[in-house]
Design a binder for this molecule. Structure first.
Ligand SMILES: [Ca+2]
Ligand SMILES: [Ca+2]
Ligand SMILES: [Ca+2]
Length: 419
């Protein structure tokens, strides 16, 4: 596998495979710098970075990280009842004390060992609650056969987070959890308003998205950490993590040493598509910093592809020039399609396709830097819906990238209008 991954990396370098990074997090993100020696920076690799991850950047946080202050959430819930002593049975179970938990780094990120944190009264999909911690996971008998833990750090307002949970992770969760020893933790850092989220919000939000699908539901307000004999509240622990620059942040933690062995943003830097959780679970000792791309299933029919054997539009500099009007094309391989046009004033670019065939997205491209345009709010400028129409407006000479979400394939129709 290692050889295979390296080969793919070499191929991607040779053919300048698009680098699907999380645009808002690409500057100063340690995950990005760590890929440097092996993969080079996006500009070194042809500058084909894109916003395909669809990661969002959180809105400004009113009140800041420590708004709730310490002790905002009691580690031991009031459900203990009157006269409860620490020895009494906690209805939510116990936090395991795990003396052989590995040495960790409080700064979470790729290749780091995660700290012994947990969540009081975490929710399961069926609404039952139990204390859950990384120590429970590392030492507990319940997890003796587990291989990896997938930690998804999301926000209630973040659409790409919802799509990731609904369309990508949850459909494969039964196989992952029942056959491949995978534990899943959905951590909501913020609610729909961008305010700090608690377990209850996480439970309700995930119930709307994935019903009773597998995985813990926890909120960052209920995060606790081991301090001697106690688990002490550290509300907004994730909000203060420097390596979380956008949502969703997805980390794969190997149980053997509690090390983060794969991240969604690193994977997007290397190739199109989401993390291959099944492959990682089956071989957690492998180097997953640059996983292989997902299998591509070409759903185009004869004549859908607007490109030819001789000429492709996979890169901005090879963009297909189009006039106002209607055009047809297809995402018929894993590479994106670039288009450019030179209207006098404002324009609208509408992409129509069969969403049941594949989920296509649009990104406005920055011709100077050869990356996705980043808006004032820090998010890539584009259209990332789940239906069959994506629309983008702009002004003057522009470049637009059409791509398939998680290596999706579909034919499409473009309508370019002067406004
Ligand atoms: Ca094409
Ligand atoms: Ca293309
Ligand atoms: Ca879409």
């Amino acid at each position: 596998m290692r050889t295979f991954a390296r080969l793919l990396m070499a191929i991607s370098l040779t053919f300048a495979l698009p680098l699907y990074g999380c645009q808002p997090s690409s500057d100063g993100d340690d995950e990005v710098t760590q890929v440097g020696p092996e993969g080079g920076t996006p500009s070194e690799m042809g500058g084909m970075n894109t916003a395909m991850g669809g990661a969002d950047t959180p809105p400004p946080q009113p009140g800041g990280n420590d708004m709730m202050g310490m002790g905002g959430q009691a580690a031991e819930g009031g459900a203990m009842g009157m006269g409860g002593t620490p020895e009494m049975m906690d209805p939510f179970g116990t936090f395991e004390r795990c003396p052989n938990y590995p040495a960790f780094n409080p700064v979470m990120g790729y290749n780091e060992v995660v700290p012994p944190i947990g969540w009081t009264e975490a929710y399961m999909g069926d609404g039952t609650q139990r204390h859950f911690s990384f120590e429970n996971y590392f030492c507990g008998e319940d997890y003796a056969d587990s291989t990896i833990l997938i930690l998804i750090v999301s926000a209630g307002w973040c659409q790409p987070c919802s799509r990731f949970a609904q369309a990508y992770l949850n459909p494969r969760a039964p196989n992952l959890t029942e056959n491949l020893g995978v534990e899943i933790v959905y951590l909501e850092a913020q609610d729909t308003q961008g305010m700090p989220a608690d377990n209850r919000f996480a439970y309700r939000h995930l119930r709307d998205l994935i019903d009773d699908g597998a995985g813990w539901r926890v909120g960052d307000l209920n995060t606790v950490i081991r301090e001697g004999d106690e688990m002490v509240p550290v509300p907004n622990y994730f909000a203060s993590q420097a390596n979380i620059r956008g949502f969703p942040t997805v980390w794969v933690i190997r149980k053997r040493d509690m090390r983060i062995i794969a991240t969604r943003s690193l994977a997007f830097m290397a190739r199109p598509g989401e993390l291959p959780f099944e492959l990682i679970a089956m071989d957690p000792e492998q180097d997953w910093s640059a996983p292989p791309p997902p299998p591509f299933n070409n759903l185009c029919e004869e004549g859908d592809e607007e490109e030819t054997e001789e000429e492709n539009n996979n890169r901005m500099r090879d963009a297909t020039f189009i006039e106002s009007g209607v055009h047809t094309g297809g995402i018929c391989d894993i590479y994106p399609d670039f288009y450019t046009f030179t209207p006098d004033g404002q324009w609208r670019f509408t992409l129509e396709f069969d969403a049941s065939q594949g989920d296509l997205d649009l990104v406005l491209w920055d011709k100077r830097n050869d990356t996705a345009v980043v808006g004032e709010d820090g998010n890539p400028v584009g259209s990332f819906g789940t239906g069959g129409v994506e629309t983008l407006t702009g002004e003057g000479r522009s470049f637009v990238q059409v791509y398939g979400y998680n290596a999706a394939s579909a034919s499409y129709t473009i309508r370019l209008e002067d406004l």
